[in-house]
Design a protein. Sequence first.
Length: 168
Amino acid sequence: MAQRIEVGDVVVLLPGILGSVLKSIREDEDAARSLGKNVLAFKMQSLVLGGVIGSIGGLMLSAQTQSAQPGQYATTLTFFAFTIIVLGGIGRVKGPIVGTLIFFFVIQLVDNLLDQSVRNDKLPDWLVDSTNFSVVKLIVVGLALAGLVVFRPQGIFGDRREQVFDVR
């Protein structure tokens, strides 16, 4: 329920005035300032809005597990979230949703392939065995992320024109 509310909030806010101003600030901060927009105020609004959405997500996660301990939020969770966002496309509403579907499909596929390969002795023991599945899964995901960044840096739904790097 809360996910629908948050996605709905983002879908409503992005096409409106706030989304237009944030896009103009992202493209050219000086031009937005010259048009009379308070760049600092809009940046702070987006920072607060992102913090609120993130805190609601953390609240839902801790309510689901019925505990909140620092060890739960390891670097693996951050790595997965970053991979999902890059996979779907940065700056798109539907990008993280589709990125999540693709990401977890690939994770399960790799897990099942490794499991079947080890059971049928298709892979050597020095490469993978039943004790190091998670490490090999992370290696495969890392290689896939590196390939995605090299061959399609804008993600699945990203726009190549928006991915221009400013190297002054």
